[in-house]
Design a protein around this ligand. Sequence first.
Ligand SMILES: C[S@@+](CC[C@H](N)C(=O)[O-])C[C@H]1O[C@@H](n2cnc3c(N)ncnc32)[C@H](O)[C@@H]1O
Length: 205
Amino acid sequence: MPEVLSDVERTKLLQADDAEFYAQPRFVHHVERPFRDRLTRLYATELADGHRVLDLMSSWVSHLPESFDGEVVGHGLNAEELAANESLDDWVVQDLNADQTLPFEDASFDAVLCAVSVQYLQYPGAVFADLARVLRPGGVCVVSFSNRLFVQKAVRAWRERDMDARADLVCRYVESTGAFDAPEVVREMAGSEPFYAVVARRTRE
Ligand SMILES: C[S@@+](CC[C@H](N)C(=O)[O-])C[C@H]1O[C@@H](n2cnc3c(N)ncnc32)[C@H](O)[C@@H]1O
């Protein structure tokens, strides 16, 4: 499958390995409280108890509703952050810019979440294709983002776009898989921060 981003579009200002950049844990919030609360409310509408959830590009927080009663698997780059995440039942460290094949069975998740991180993916076509593979038909993918970022680690395609064009880009990532129904875009303000989320459902077979 051809990649969505060209070689130029996937370039980052800081070329160093992602594993190196994320070697030190960051126990900080990457978005403000109103954004986090809005994301939790969105998750509450998309998740049901008993769901098996993959939190892709996770850290020490997953923004899930406190009442959520299901299995949560975390995936990220920093083991200390993931070990400190109280929402996770299990977790795995994997650099998605080095290897885009997720270490999970086909159709083994009801939901895949990716919070405020999609801008760091250099091979989003391959990642979203594999994300679709691990999602069951009818399962949901929620990709959220604000206007905040580690600018030196975001791909050029993200840096050069405004918020609406970024939403279009994430929709292209989803659509490139051919595995999802038409994605919906949530665009609002959450406090002083833009809240964007692309919500896509895996096509039922
Ligand atoms: C801005 S933080 C967001 C963390 C978390 N999702 C949240 O909502 O706070 C970006 C996360 O993306 C993950 N990440 C960045 N580059 C990655 C890569 N190449 N492969 C896998 N994960 C990556 C890092 O582990 C980091 O925790």
